[in-house]
Unconditional design. Structure first.
Ligand code: NDP
Ligand code: OXD
Length: 316
């Protein structure tokens, strides 16, 4: 029976994954696309990150496809994706990294870091009134593994936290909203909007001008802010620029973009009120995550159920 593991990775350096799999599973046959694929019929498990569409269909004995990140849009967009279980990464290492990113960018806006950096460059000693965290509402779109952890940490820092999800997700101390019917009430109380949604047909382009228009601009911060670390396809870049120009939002922190790498000619790079990072809010670190995949394979081979399988019928 097939049992080899194939790494099919683009956009990241596969070397760290390859080394880690070999170290942790020395008896396992580890293959790497495109150079060391060997006989395709030997491959049982694919560990993929942005593999070219159609590639995984070449492996006729595939039993599981692992997404090496939390997001699976890179797989679900493949019209030839084999009909085997798709499993995504859920791991404390990745979750902590995302919560760090969210807290960093919320505090950056809350504590006006960019303004003080500018003042420092000008040698200006001037303090601005600092609202308490409890006067500021942060709204988290997406109350999944990552959204819930970030929301809980923000709550511990004292922010008023609201959350929005597809289905009702009651969370202690957090005002939660769900579905289309709950969206406006969620947005109109939100000064800092944190987006941790997955990219699906229903969420594509959701961060657009009409949505940004609804954010609370007259709160303690005197303006609204957007932080998107979900997926680039959730946002409409031109609408974010228009919202900044029109004063609907005062700033944006963007980790993800519809086209990655962000093209050098994009006006987002040079905008004074945008802080951008190269899709590394929560890096998938092979040192932490390889063991996660191998544990799942071991469970599967013992006939136990897989964790964090994607329900293809639900939204994708
Ligand atoms: P989960 O699947 O655990 O959670 C997704 C959340 O989004 C759920 O609360 C879900 O609602 C909600 N949701 C999905 N569709 C809709 C919709 N149509 N309307 C309203 N809410 C919706 O995902 P994770 O928290 O693990 O990850 C979220 C995303 O973060 C990933 O898909 C990925 O795109 C991104 N990510 C980005 C990284 C980066 O470095 N920038 C790193 C890791 C992940 P419900 O609970 O009701 O199902
Ligand atoms: C992920 C990502 O989905 O890195 O994990 O974006």
């Amino acid at each position: 029976m097939s049992s080899a593991i194939l790494l099919a990775i683009t956009g990241w350096n596969p070397q760290g994954w390859d080394e880690r799999f070999r170290t942790l599973a020395p008896a396992r046959d580890i293959r790497s696309w495109p150079d060391r694929v060997g006989n395709r019929a030997d491959v049982a498990y694919a560990c993929a990150w942005k593999a070219p569409h159609g590639l995984l269909a070449e492996f006729s004995n595939l039993r599981i496809i692992f997404s090496l990140g939390a997001g699976v849009d890179h797989l679900m967009g493949d019209p030839h994706l084999p009909a085997v279980p798709v499993v995504r990464i859920v791991d404390p290492d990745l979750t902590r990294r995302m919560t760090e990113y969210v807290v960093l960018h919320v505090l950056m806006r809350h504590r006006r870091v960019r303004l003080y950096e500018q003042q420092q460059r000008q040698r200006t000693w001037h303090d601005h009134h600092q609202p308490a965290a409890g006067e500021v509402t942060v709204g988290v779109m997406g109350l999944g593994v990552l959204g819930r952890d970030a929301a809980a940490m923000l709550q511990r820092l004292g922010f008023q936290v609201a959350g929005w999800s597809r289905t009702a997700r009651p969370l202690p101390g957090i005002e939660t909203f769900h579905g289309d019917a709950g969206l406006d009430a969620f947005l109109t109380r939100t000064e800092i909007l944190v987006c941790l949604l997955p990219l699906t047909p229903a969420t594509h382009g959701i961060l657009n001008l009409p949505l940004l228009h609804k954010l609370k601009r007259d709160g303690a911060l005197g303006g609204a802010y957007l932080i998107n670390a979900g997926r680039g396809g959730l946002q409409v870049d031109a609408d974010i620029l228009a919202a900044l120009d029109q004063g609907l939002i005062a700033g944006a922190s963007l980790d993800v973009f519809p086209t990655e790498p962000l093209p050098p000619e994009s006006p987002l790079w040079a905008h004074p009120n945008i802080t951008l990072t190269p899709h590394n809010a929560a890096e998938s670190d092979p040192r932490a995550l390889t063991a996660n995949v191998l544990t799942q394979i071991a469970r599967f081979e013992r006939g136990e159920p897989l964790d964090h399988m994607i329900d293809r019928g639900r939204g994708y």
